[in-house]
Design a protein around this ligand. Structure first.
Ligand SMILES: [Zn+2]
Length: 533
């Protein structure tokens, strides 16, 4: 027996009615926990998370939706078909034994609280992550650097068992749904073809092998000179996981932003594109405070119009936070400009990787000479000596990111293949040595992988940054070559184009069709790879 489209629509309408308040409450709880770090907020997050899962707990409803999904080819309306696809993936993502789901919620909340509240110890003092990062960026003292680097990893031991247990539980859910492991299941739920992704990642590794080797050799030579050491160790690099290019003393990008109001620069940037972010800024929580989440994110609370979009950050007047603010507000404008007349389920981004693409494209303006002079107001004569170094740094940035993302991709795949394997510490460092060309400290056997928040709390996510980078390069190329004919960031036409081609349609189309629709071609890694070699 087939269901009529009208019956499907009526089910969806009823479902939205139940979903909307829970979704809102869950986001509110998330925001409260991140801004206060209290135990009460943590409990609220767990209970709203459970209420959310409950919405998807009725197995017969799931079977119904699954049937519609499998027969969706016969639905005439593509809008309804897309809703069925999203509804099914949302249901499928929450199937599982109630006890296991509850346990996962609890452990995630627990891990989240540990990452938020943990402070590494340097010179006998508890030290914020911002401070640790600063030591690694600027200190010339190898001993202090080593202490800061080790402190940055100290959270690993506290969460290691939690992370392994989370991986086991996530795998249990995957097995019950017939998947080999959580990694495979997650890709399926994210509408990403595992074979295609593996091909893409292998391709990126091969394309960056030589350029990265050459780059790293040059970098090591610089660092040996700078620190007067023979062997470069991880703490000589300028961040805990070698995700960014090290500081170079002949290029000070922080000076562009010293003493400046980064929130105002963010507003100015989006003004030029014709996007209003004053409402978002007003609802945001932007400066450091005790007990507050030390990272940054963008959150949309509910889906009713006008949208309630907020950003959490911990602004310092430097290049890192400029990049981060532009990045998070990239997510924010995407969320804010989704067509409110779309059905509820489509009133969201097309995919994690399309919203990352916008965020990355915007964040990278922070070291784009054109933006730094025209929007951030740094006089061109001050910038002139930096131009070549900025271009080198940009390339270094992408190379380093790609190699780091490959470590995460390969590590997580292995973690979910066998969360019980005893040699995870070794595996992590094998990958870091092979792919990032960073040597492990002699004898080190610590759960350094667990110190990376994403491994615990944003699993099977990193490839979306990679896809985001590729999409960002392709989209910017299209905007500047075919839409604007110049820098996109000072063009209201570019803003309108983004609104019409990317933000407005929300989740109306799959991510692949969104990329095709916005750039006229399927995802093509060439634009990104060209910038690396
Ligand atoms: Zn992001």
């Amino acid at each position: 027996m087939t269901t009529s489209p009208a019956e499907i629509e009526s089910f969806i309408a009823g479902f939205e009615y139940r979903l909307a308040p829970v979704e809102r409450a869950s986001s509110e709880a998330w925001w409260e926990l991140a801004t206060t770090g209290t135990e009460e907020a943590q409990k609220k997050l767990v209970s709203t998370g459970m209420a959310y899962n409950e919405l998807f707990a009725d197995r017969s409803e799931y079977e119904l939706v699954k049937g519609w999904y499998e027969g969706r080819g016969s639905l005439e309306s593509s809008v309804l078909r897309r809703q069925v696809e999203i509804l099914y993936k949302t249901f499928a993502g929450r199937q599982g034994d109630e006890e296991t789901l509850r346990r996962i919620e609890e452990l995630e909340a627990e891990a989240n609280a540990i990452y938020s509240n943990h402070r590494g110890v340097v010179e006998g003092k508890e030290t914020s992550e911002n401070k640790l990062r600063e030591v690694l960026r600027v200190s010339e003292d190898s001993i202090l650097r080593r202490e800061a680097w080790e402190a940055s990893k100290s959270v690993g031991r506290k969460v290691e068992d939690l992370v392994r247990e989370l991986a086991r539980l996530r795998n249990d859910l995957a097995h019950a749904e017939g998947f080999a492991d959580h990694y495979t299941r997650s890709l399926d739920l994210q509408e990403i073809d595992a074979v295609e992704l593996a091909r893409l990642m292998d391709g990126l590794q091969a394309a960056t092998d030589e350029p990265f080797r050459e780059f790293k050799a040059g970098l090591d030579a610089d660092l040996r000179r700078r620190f007067g050491v023979e062997q470069i160790m991880p703490w000589h690099l300028s961040d805990p996981f070698f995700q960014e290019p090290p500081e170079r003393d002949d290029l000070d990008v922080d000076r562009y932003f010293a003493g400046k109001d980064l929130a105002a620069l963010t507003r100015e940037t989006y003004d030029r594109l014709g996007f209003e972010v004053r409402d978002v800024l007003a609802r945001s929580d932007l400066y450091e405070r005790a007990g507050k989440d030390q990272h940054a994110f963008c959150l949309r609370v509910g889906r009713s119009y006008p949208y309630d979009v907020r950003v959490l950050a911990n602004i310092h007047d430097d290049a890192y936070w400029m990049n981060t603010m532009l990045h998070e507000f990239g997510h924010a404008v995407y969320d804010k400009y989704i067509d409110p007349s779309l059905p509820y389920l489509l009133r969201t981004v097309a995919h994690i990787n399309t919203t990352e693409a916008i965020a990355l494209m915007m964040g990278s303006l922070a070291d784009d000479p054109g933006w730094v002079s025209s929007v951030a107001g740094v006089p061109e004569e001050d910038l002139a000596p930096d131009l070549e170094r900025l271009a080198e740094r940009r390339r270094a940035d992408r190379l380093i990111f790609t190699r780091w993302a490959l470590v995460m991709y390969r590590f997580e795949k292995a973690l979910y293949q066998d969360p019980d394997r005893e040699d995870l510490n070794t595996l992590w460092w094998d990958l870091v040595e092979e792919i990032q060309l960073v040597q492990r400290p002699p004898g080190r056997d610590e759960p350094d992988w667990a110190a990376k928040l994403h491994v615990a709390l944003a699993p099977v996510y990193y490839h979306n940054y990679v896809l985001g980078y590729l999409t960002a390069a392709q989209l910017r190329h299209h905007l500047e070559k075919n839409v604007v004919g110049g820098p996109f960031y000072v063009s209201e036409m570019a803003g309108r184009y983004l609104q019409e081609a990317v933000f407005g349609p929300g989740a109306r189309n799959s991510w692949e069709d969104t990329v095709l629709g916005a750039t006229g071609e399927m995802l093509n890694p060439d634009y990104f790879v060209k910038s690396l070699c």
